[in-house]
Design a protein around this ligand. Structure first.
Ligand code: ATP
Length: 311
């Protein structure tokens, strides 16, 4: 079996609301697949179908080689959570996991210590969860999903609340799981959350797939980005930019009299090169030059905005 998930034409409604409309999704074994979309796109609904919390109204959904029926049911080998992990605040991290393990029929003694170690919570294992930060709760949620050694891991906003170190650790855990064959689907509002981790991404907007493929393919589609430049003389820089037809000065980037003022331009890479050369010729030094959002985030925003305008 190469596919952990194969969805074809999956549709799900809640009353009059069409939450998912003829969704196709392929997730291979050992793949980390990002599911991204703005609020109300249908991410949680799709994750719920994968976790067996609900079932599709129409279409075909195959999970770990088994066809899903029309009634909600637990799918063997699948674990994860939507809308935050369910934890008992008054219990310690270790007790939470031990309780869940017993409920799920998993031999807890060694497994609980293993998963605590995997997510980096060993040192706080005997502290009550009510004192945990959001990031620690997220990591404990991941530990609880790992208890039964799932073959498909489904995570909703898993990096929510994680500081850079926590994010690095969670990414390392997920990368290692994928390397050993676990398939992972993680949802997020933001492209930049998933870009460092996912080899494939599906973008949903109002229940429809608007992009599916490798993140690099998406990033290559973006025509122009917004760049912020900090210059030694922003007024002179603005004059140089205004002479170049392929450079668009973004409103609200009026330079102040202060030395080193910033301006924001929208440009494709070749036009930006032209601007840099023009600035140097005009004797304006560039102290900083960086895109305001990553190419991937920009492509995502352009794609979901376009859908917004098309309605
Ligand atoms: N139980 C429900 N009853 C009625 N409508 C629902 C229900 N669950 C989801 N919806 C609707 O289905 C659509 C998709 O919602 P869903 O929660 O799947 O989106 P989402 O992408 O997860 O959004 P968010 O990022 O805000 O969590 C929305 O219009 C939502 O209002």
């Amino acid at each position: 079996m190469t596919y952990a998930v194969r969805a074809r034409g999956v549709t799900k409604s809640f009353g009059d609301v069409l939450a998912l409309e003829t969704i196709d999704l392929d997730v291979e074994r050992g793949e980390i697949h990002g599911l991204v979309g703005p609020n109300g796109a249908g991410k949680t609904t799709l994750l719920g179908l994968l976790l067996g919390l609900a079932s599709p109204d129409a279409g075909s959904l195959e999970i770990l080689g088994t066809q899903v029926g029309r009634a909600p049911s637990v799918h063997e080998g699948v674990a994860g959570f939507v809308e935050g992990p369910g934890l008992y605040p008054s219990l310690t991290a270790r007790k939470n996991l031990a309780t869940l393990a017993v409920l799920r029929g998993i031999e807890p003694r060694t497994r609980v210590a293993e998963v605590l170690h995997e997510v980096g919570l060993t040192e706080v294992a005997d502290e009550p969860v009510q004192g945990f930060s959001l990031g620690m709760r997220q990591r404990l949620g991941l530990a609880s999903a790992l208890l039964g050694r799932p073959r498909l891991l489904v995570l909703d906003e898993a990096s929510n609340g994680l500081d850079p170190a926590g994010k690095r650790q969670a990414h390392a855990v997920l990368t290692e799981l994928a390397r050993t064959g676990t398939s992972i689907i993680l949802s997020s509002h933001r492209m930049d959350d998933v870009e460092s981790l996912c080899s494939e991404v599906t973008i949903l907007d109002t229940g429809r797939v608007v992009f599916s493929g490798p993140p690099a393919t998406l990033a290559a589609e973006v025509p122009a980005l917004d760049y912020r430049l900090v210059l030694t003389d922003a007024r002179a820089g603005r004059r140089v930019a205004a002479r170049l037809p392929a450079i668009h000065l973004v409103e609200g980037s009026e330079p102040s009299d202060a030395a080193g003022a910033a301006l924001v331009v929208r440009a494709a890479a070749p036009a930006l090169d032209e601007l840099v050369v023009g600035l140097v010729h005009a004797g304006v030094a560039i102290r900083e030059l960086c895109p305001l959002v990553s190419p991937l985030e920009a492509a995502f925003l352009a794609l979901t905005d376009r859908q917004e305008h098309a309605r």
